[in-house]
Design a protein around this ligand. Structure first.
Ligand SMILES: [Zn+2]
Length: 353
């Protein structure tokens, strides 16, 4: 088995352990002892410990490999079964070691997402396990339940409920108090209510995105941020450009000629898990920026990300006078280098920028 050198735990982890000569209350970080006798810890689902030669073991999970050759550390991990508190584990395995050494070791494991509080519900542990496998630390994951999302559905049906359940499974808090963003569920991308929501969220400075979980191509919009495009108006323009037939019908027959797409539960379920995962990543990213349209092809199960460009002339996020101003600008020609694929000859030419 090939070991990932970046994740070798021991002896490197030993060298990172602080020299603990001060009492616990003076430690530079907090080891929670909010329950009498300590907290029950359990190995995070997805990790497993495999013994090798005496005194050696491998901890593996989520493509990471940790080599251990410290008997006390190996025994401590073996006790992460949810039946022992951290203090009990420290006492059991610390015959020749300072119990604080073991407590610090357990604390580091918890910070790395390798173990978690056994008293948290199973769903939370699974979510932690899921995100930990994508290299988010437990500290970063607090964003998922400290900010959370609010979900609003324009149309009746089960779509909202199914997306809510996916949100819960992903460990994302659903809350209307200071949400990180709003998910708006719609079965019609051109429903006028979306314009009202866009205006309201712009006023409230609430980031939001659209979940369209129906049809052959369910999609999740970019995150619309009040002071940074692309905005809903930009996306609506590009959608119209890419749906010439539907757009023709709307122009000839009116917007009401096209009914909202009827939901199909397997499609909504398939889409919901993918969409909610993307929402989670958006919340966890430091700048929350997401300017890609996520489109699922239900027929092929292919998932595509399309960059949505902000339109400089957009009335909402751009300058409505942009085109007019450009019209009065003189034409500028720049030299650019083109490479012909057929002849492999480099051609220098001039063209419009
Ligand atoms: Zn815009």
């Amino acid at each position: 088995m090939q070991l990932h050198s970046a994740h070798i735990m021991s002896p490197e982890i030993n060298t990172r352990l602080p020299v603990l000569e001060s009492p616990m209350e003076n430690m530079p970080f907090n080891i929670s002892t909010d329950q009498d006798g300590g907290r029950c810890l359990i190995l995070t689902p997805g990790f497993q410990l495999t013994s090798l030669d005496p005194g050696q073991a491998l901890l593996i999970g989520y493509g990471k490999y940790f080599f251990l050759h410290d008997d006390a550390h190996i025994e401590a991990i073996n006790k992460l079964d949810g039946n022992h508190t951290d203090i009990e584990i420290a006492e059991i395995v610390s015959c020749s070691r300072d119990p604080l050494d073991i407590l610090v070791f357990l604390h580091e494991l918890e910070q790395m997402g390798i173990c978690t509080d056994a008293h948290s519900n199973g769903l939370a542990r699974e979510a932690l396990s899921f995100w930990n496998g994508q290299d988010y630390t437990p500290a970063e994951l607090k964003k998922l339940y400290s900010n959370g999302v609010t979900i609003h559905s324009i149309h009746s049906g089960l779509s909202k409920e199914l997306i809510q359940k996916a949100v819960q499974r992903a460990g994302i808090q659903e809350s209307s108090l200071s949400p990180a963003l709003q998910i708006v569920v719609t079965h019609d991308l051109f429903d006028p209510k979306l314009d009202e929501i866009a205006t309201q969220n712009y006023i409230n400075k609430l980031p939001w995105l659209i979940a369209y979980p129906v049809g052959q191509f369910p999609l999740l919009s970019p995150l619309f941020i009040f002071d940074d495009g692309p905005c809903w108006t930009c996306l609506k323009y590009w959608l119209r450009v890419n749906q010439p037939v539907e757009e023709y019908i709307r122009r000839v027959k009116g917007a009401a000629a096209l009914s909202p797409i009827q939901e199909v539960q397997p499609t909504v379920r398939l889409f919901a898990e993918l969409a909610v995962t993307t929402v989670g990543h958006t919340i966890l990213k430091s700048n929350n920026k997401n300017d890609h349209l996520l489109v699922l092809d239900v027929k092929t199960r292919a998932l595509k990300h399309h960059l949505v460009k902000r339109r400089p002339q957009c009335a909402i996020c751009g300058n409505p006078e942009f085109m007019k101003e450009q019209a009065y600008q003189p034409v500028k020609l720049n030299n650019v280098t083109k490479i012909s694929i057929l002849t492999k000859i480099t051609i220098t030419t001039s063209c419009m920028p």
